[in-house]
Design a protein around this ligand. Structure first.
Ligand SMILES: C[S@@+](CC[C@H](N)C(=O)[O-])C[C@H]1O[C@@H](n2cnc3c(N)ncnc32)[C@H](O)[C@@H]1O
Length: 205
């Protein structure tokens, strides 16, 4: 890992090209904990509730699981990942975009999920993203977001499935404060001792 915040490097492009490059061989860690979180969401929301999946990747297995019950909109910065997601899940809407370049009308979704994606977005943008998500959600809407445990302004991993990858995140206590400031009640934090704790949040109404 190489700590870096290089004003010249285009981190968004590096991430997009990285996920394009490794699409064939990328193997995520076990998705069972995240599938359990989706089950939790299914118990909270009615059928056909609108769910935004930020950084949906190739859609397997999480977007597919969401789309069994909900009206899903998936967004991913990697063309190759979104192409695969469109192939895998026919009855969902997909956008190929940096989430930071998109906007949705107020109260567009009953839930937003962001599984293992914000760690690839420069952390200086996380506050703006959380504020946008809180606007996009209906009052009392849910946010399920994978966070990080340690604070790292930005670093490059030289070999992530054969390609460089960029990571940037706050510590878990900083995320707790940021989520509260940007309009969320934290209902639960799961897997707190792992590298990727998962926050289950609700907008404050
Ligand atoms: C580790 S994968 C997670 C995929 C899926 N959410 C899952 O948990 O299985 C991270 C995904 O986030 C996407 N991503 C990274 N930065 C993004 C951004 N700024 N906007 C949208 N998607 C982004 C990547 O292209 C990649 O597909």
């Amino acid at each position: 890992m190489k700590p870096t915040v290089d004003p010249v490097l285009d981190y968004k492009r590096l991430v997009a090209e990285g996920y394009n490059f490794c699409a064939e061989i990328y193997e995520p860690s076990s998705r069972q904990p995240l599938l359990s979180a989706i089950k939790w969401l299914k118990n909270k929301l009615p059928n056909r509730a609108r769910v935004l999946d930020i950084g949906c990747g190739n859609g397997l297995p999480l977007t597919r699981e969401l789309a069994k019950r909900f009206a899903v909109t998936g967004v991913d910065i990697s063309f190759e990942q979104i192409r695969r997601a469109r192939d895998h899940i026919r009855h969902a809407e997909f956008f190929h975009s940096d989430i930071m370049g998109l906007d949705f009308p107020v109260a567009s979704f009953e839930a937003v999920v962001a599984f293992q994606v914000i760690v690839h977005i420069p952390r200086g943008e996380h506050e703006r993203l959380f504020r946008a998500i809180s606007r996009w959600l209906t009052p009392g809407g849910y946010l399920l977001v994978t966070l990080a445990r340690e604070s790292q302004e930005g670093y490059l991993q030289s070999d992530f499935f054969g390609t460089p990858m960029f990571w940037s995140h706050y510590s878990l206590p900083e995320y707790r404060a940021l989520l509260t400031e940007t309009g969320f009640d934290i209902v639960d934090i799961q897997y707190e001792q792992t590298d990727f704790p998962l926050a289950l949040c609700k907008t404050t109404v």
